[in-house]
Design a protein around this ligand. Sequence first.
Ligand SMILES: Nc1ncnc2c1ncn2[C@@H]1O[C@H](COP(=O)(O)OP(=O)(O)O)[C@@H](O)[C@H]1O
Ligand SMILES: [Mg+2]
Length: 392
Amino acid sequence: MPTQNKSKLLIVDDLQENLLALSEIIKQDDRTIYQASSGEEALFLLLEHEFALAILDVNMPEMDGFELAELMRSTEKTRHVPIVFVSAAGKEQNYAFKGYETGAVDFLHKPLDICAVRSKVNVFVSLYQQRNQVKHQVEALEKSRQELHATQAELQRSLRMRDEFMSMVAHELRTPLNTLFLETQMRKMQLEKGKLDAFSEPQLQRMVARDERQIKSMVRLIDDMVDVSRIRSGKLSIRPSETELSALLQRVVSDLSHQANSAGCEVTLHADVKANGIWDEFRVEQVIVNLLTNAFRYGGSKPVTVTLTRNDNVAEITVRDQGNGITLADQHRIFEPFERANTKVGSGLGLGLYIARQLAEAHGGSLQVESAYGEGAAFTLSLPFRNGLIQQ
Ligand SMILES: Nc1ncnc2c1ncn2[C@@H]1O[C@H](COP(=O)(O)OP(=O)(O)O)[C@@H](O)[C@H]1O
Ligand SMILES: [Mg+2]
């Protein structure tokens, strides 16, 4: 039996030979026996260990068995340890031990009857073991109750998140849809009234551009949701092919110039090096677009820089803005799905960075943020040149 499962018994007697004799009588595999030759020594052991039973010699110099028992009863840790007094036959029988009613107390008389001693001790030990078993069962029950409680809370949280998510998606789709709907209503009215000058070529061009923006924003939203569900089911795959990052960055920055203008952000690109690797061009573009869109949205209309650097192993793209930045606490959170640091600024589902980091990792790379609140933010996408393949 492992030591920690054994029941501990304490025997206290001032005579060494009595301790030895008693210990011989009661020893068994399922017990550890501790011996003390004085009340004081016994108290030390009692405070250190949890005993199933203490067998006290009544007649000891200095502190006798009854005094020790009274001290035991007055301390919380030792109050419930059952006590068996060993006394000389005929003597001390009538001693009115104070704690008698409160705890299990019994007597043995000298000369000791081996069978009586054994059976008495066995009863106490098995009582102790049963009590311990019950205690463990109660603890296990309490633990399952707590687990159940936690699962319930988690379930409620998921349900709440699902509801919040649906209302967020509805809102995000509603906004561009409403704009489109209003536009069509207006055009219908104009057509009905025969106002054809509203459909001149420059007007039409502006209309188409506006419509396109609304439609694109809805498509992006739906694509994001599809990506998240792919990530969650482990089905997000990348299709790597030869990709050159400086050309890619030039294209993305120029494609987003309209958005940069509307946000009042001036974008500077530093990409003098060439970085040719095997990456999924569309996915890398998606990450950069996400980072730039965020820089426009949260960058407080201040300048934004995009920098490409490389060494032999890795190419790094950093998008840096001078907006409010992100607190350390939020820096972990914002890479989780549906997490947004400041819900007051702009709208969005809080999926962009989550997807972007997953895409970076799918390339064997990473996406990290460096920021302090009030000091702008710098997001760095690291892409390793795969398989040691380095192209210039
Ligand atoms: N450049 C940035 N500066 C400050 N905060 C940012 C920046 N980029 C992202 N964040 C914060 O991280 C959150 C999560 O970003 P993201 O996953 O792209 O979702 P969304 O843009 O839809 O809110 C944003 O809501 C914003 O609070
Ligand atoms: Mg975003």
